[in-house]
Design a protein around this ligand. Structure first.
Ligand code: EPU
Length: 336
């Protein structure tokens, strides 16, 4: 039998800090905790919601669901030819994992420092920042397959990673529950410095170490992204939209300051933060919710508000951007 709580408060389990309760909740500290929660008759027929750090979700109300609070620990290093394989339990804090690997002399995750959330949540949206995405450092993961009722191993191809996207946001959404993630870190490490702002931050250091790259990323993020411990937020609220090159060229002709990045497939990614900023939303206060003053892509909750009010603001922003630029921006977090 699982250790269930009833009407469990989730405010401390989502970085927006919205008040919502779960009909049932359980702390999952091992794979056997997971199996026993899923097979418990009290949860039969109820939707299952998996929460890691709650840093990429919007809770719009109470959840008539069985919420699994993923806290499975674990940290292990193995060798595979030219690479280190680092395996982390799904419940490990992502930033602590980055720090620990760098401190242990296993470089490769430093560009992903300070991203809130857990190791088990990282593959779901294929976290990425400053020129590196999780998929660039990914070997495999272990998950419970709720359809087959068994634990499975999924490799890089199986996870079908895309920009802020994966199998787990699409077909696999209610099927797999990630319990451990294995990262592939090259022994012959080279810093990834192709993101302009990071290169500028490190311009005075000839060949930066992984620790120096990590510190630079921490410095940049701390300057422009709010700390969820202080201001409720879920990082970027919108994905950067990807458009055809003809559309980007037309927009650029009309708006010479447009920020865009060429993609490998010939299309262009537009900086949604710039689009929102141009519409005048940066720093907007809409009662308890608003737009962060230093990064227009980040929506914030100052306390006492609801996920529904935040979504209303998000729709208003998306509609205004669409009317002005003809581009639809889509939310990045999972809306529950
Ligand atoms: N910009 C503005 N105004 C703003 C915000 C941005 O003009 O209010 C412009 C900036 O001047 C810059 C461009 O937009 O030229 C891009 O801004 P930034 O470098 O801050 O990156 P981003 O595209 O806004 C993305 C990720 C971040 C990630 C950074 C660094 C998405 C949705 N967001 O933000 O990821 O940290 O790049 O790689 O892809 C997250 O996913 O939660 C997240 C924070």
């Amino acid at each position: 039998m699982a250790d269930f709580y009833e009407f469990y408060p989730l405010r401390a389990h989502n970085t927006f800090g919205f008040d919502a309760r779960a009909r049932l909740a359980a702390h999952i500290r091992s794979e056997s905790d997971l199996v026993s929660a899923l097979s418990d008759p009290r949860a039969a027929g109820m939707p299952v919601v998996v929460l890691g750090g709650g840093s990429n979700v919007v809770l719009t109300g109470d959840l008539d669901a069985c919420v699994l609070l993923m806290e499975i620990p674990g940290y292990d290093i193995a060798e595979d030819g030219a690479d280190w394989l680092v395996t982390a339990g799904a419940g490990e804090n992502w930033h602590n994992l980055v720090s620990r690997t760098v401190a242990d002399g296993r470089a490769g995750l430093e560009n992903l420092a300070l991203i809130p959330g857990t190791a088990g949540a990282a593959p779901i949206q294929n976290i990425g920042a400053y020129g590196v995405e999780l998929r660039d450092r990914f070997a495999r993961l272990r998950a419970y397959d709720r359809q087959a009722r068994e634990f499975v191993t999924l490799d890089l191809d199986a996870c079908a990673f895309g920009y802020r996207d994966s199998l787990f946001k699409r077909e696999g959404r209610d099927r797999y529950i990630i319990t451990a993630v294995t990262l592939r870190l090259p022994k012959d490490w080279q810093p990834v410095l192709n993101y302009g702002e990071l290169a500028r931050e490190l311009q005075d250091i000839a060949s930066p170490s992984a620790a120096q790259v990590r510190d630079a990323v921490i410095a940049i993020r701390s300057r422009k992204l709010p700390d969820p411990a202080q201001i409720g937020n879920a990082g970027s609220f919108f994905k950067n939209p990807v458009v055809e090159s003809v559309q980007r060229d037309a927009l650029l002709a009309e708006h010479p300051a447009l920020v865009s990045y060429p993609q490998p497939d010939g299309r262009y990614k537009l900086a949604a933060g710039w689009l929102i900023d141009q519409c005048g939303f940066k720093g907007l206060d809409d009662g308890p919710v608003g737009v962060y003053g230093k990064q227009a892509l980040v929506l914030v909750h100052h306390g006492g508000g609801t996920g529904a009010a935040l979504l209303k603001l998000a729709n208003r922003i998306a509609d205004t951007v669409q009317a002005r630029f003809g581009v639809r921006i889509e939310p990045e977090p999972v809306i529950l």
